[in-house]
Design a protein around this ligand. Structure first.
Ligand code: TYD
Length: 200
């Protein structure tokens, strides 16, 4: 099964994925990866697209770089892992492009669908969207000492990202499961594990 995790800044995604991995890794073959990045060349694209020095990056360039990183990551890591492993867990995937570039940057969902048609032909079976109010999410990441190019966007941008996620979740209700990320980390992890247990 190919499972992706989505959410805005400070949604706790990374800790959640770590715990889900620890739980299933005892009995199953599990692979964890992330986007943008996840393989040597895709990580190089990540360094480029998230570098705060490149303030003037056009939104189209940004969207195309995420799609390019996705194509490389699929080829290097995800497609082989989907064939070989029981569970493939990925931190962010196509829905990040819908929410950030399609919705918040205003490029439109159709634009993202089109460019990703060239980049990928694998949709996840399940996507967990960890929904957190951006004011709470941004406060959670205040203590970080490094902010990438997208973290640095204003609160309104992150509110728009959330709106984007909620719209795609409505559009793909079978695939995308919205999880209330205001609960404790443990509650969120338990909920996700029990959903996955019931599907496996
Ligand atoms: P990352 O450091 O992985 O952040 P997080 O901990 O929030 O997942 O940074 C990834 C950033 O890239 C994040 O701000 C979301 C953004 N992104 C897009 O805008 N579009 C995409 O398609 C992907 C995969 C990520």
């Amino acid at each position: 099964m190919f499972i992706t995790f989505e959410g805005g800044e400070g949604s706790g995604k990374t800790s959640i994925i770590d715990q889900v991995y620890n739980y299933f890794n005892k009995t199953k073959q599990v692979l964890v990866s992330r986007e943008p990045g996840g393989s040597f060349i895709a990580e190089a694209i990540r360094d480029l697209v998230l570098n705060p020095e490149y303030k003037g990056m056009a939104f189209q360039t940004e969207a195309l770089l995420y799609a390019a990183a996705r194509a490389q990551h699929l080829d290097d890591v995800l497609i082989p892992a989907i064939k070989e492993k029981d569970l493939v867990l990925c931190d962010r995937y196509i829905d990040s492009s819908f929410a950030y570039q399609g919705y918040a940057r205003g490029l439109g969902m159709e634009y993202i669908e089109k460019i990703n048609d060239y980049a990928m032909n694998h949709l996840p079976e399940i996507t967990f969207y960890i929904d957190v109010d951006p004011e709470i999410g941004m406060a959670r990441i205040q203590s970080r000492d490094k902010y990438d190019r997208l973290d640095q966007e204003a609160l309104d941008f992150h509110k728009s990202v959330r709106q984007g996620y909620l719209e795609i979740a409505q559009k793909y209700p079978k695939r995308i499961i919205v999880i209330d990320g205001h609960k404790t980390l443990q509650e969120v992890i338990d909920e996700i594990i029990s959903i996955l247990e019931s599907k496996l």
